[in-house]
Design a protein around this ligand. Sequence first.
Ligand code: Q46
Ligand code: ZN
Length: 296
Amino acid sequence: MIDVRRHNANFCRPHFVAHCEEQVRRAIKHFDMMRPDQQVLVAVSGGKDSLALWDLLTRLGYSADGLYVGLGIDEYSDESARHAREYAASRDLTLHVVDLATEHGFTVPGAAAATRRSPCGACGLSKRHVFNQFALDGGYDVVATGHNLDDEAAVLLGNVLHWDLDYLARQHPALPAAPGFARKVKPLYRLGEREMAAYCVLERIDYQVDECPMAAGNRHLGYKETLNGLEARSPGSKAAFLFGFLERAHERIGPADGVAGDGVELHPCPSCGAPTPGEVCAFCRLRERAIPVTAS
Ligand code: Q46
Ligand code: ZN
């Protein structure tokens, strides 16, 4: 039996799997995320969320390939890649791999050390760039990421605490395509972290259980802990917070174009062609400043 306290329900195995499918189906329908005739690129990390997402999308009949980005975080990355590869092989799915070290000459730890950025900042920027570029070059219609309810509620809390209106406008489960930007969707936003872990166990999906060693001190984890405290006292708080924002506040803040602030003019980066408001895009600047792999 799996209990989901915010639904005040206990599910047996088949009903729990059906519940996960139903939440993903509802998310896709509500925000018109994708159609069954479209090609989906799933951002695969080897963790529970991205593998569960890939599993659920193929189960629901979508044609979805995976893309794993090698971040160069020592054994953690090796293990994560192994889980992604083994899952894809076991389900006969196509997994693409882009390794930052091999293809761009740097790793996330090397970029963080050289730029004094937080590792997660350098990592997020690199992943967004690679997933977007790969989707555009490969003719994919949409990029799907495994952000779950806990992730999205924690990001929302951070954005609200800082009243970051640009980020709040872009916090949406479905961002439209724009010139130079692929469509991006988050079909797991209605399902919590515990639900995704339970889904993987029930569906025998072997995933990377270790936390990324670079996550320590990450503010996002603190927001998650705070929300977990609230949820324990008052089940349903996270869902009420996130769904209330999406239903009642988001459209008052601004359109979710997923691109840049209003009125910012974008032009192609001279180095990689990605749209950028500056001279060279943020990813190429990071790549130039990062410690080259051979010297690290
Ligand atoms: S992998 Fe990358 Fe996460 Fe590690 S460095 Fe941070 S962002 S914690 S999803
Ligand atoms: Zn560039």
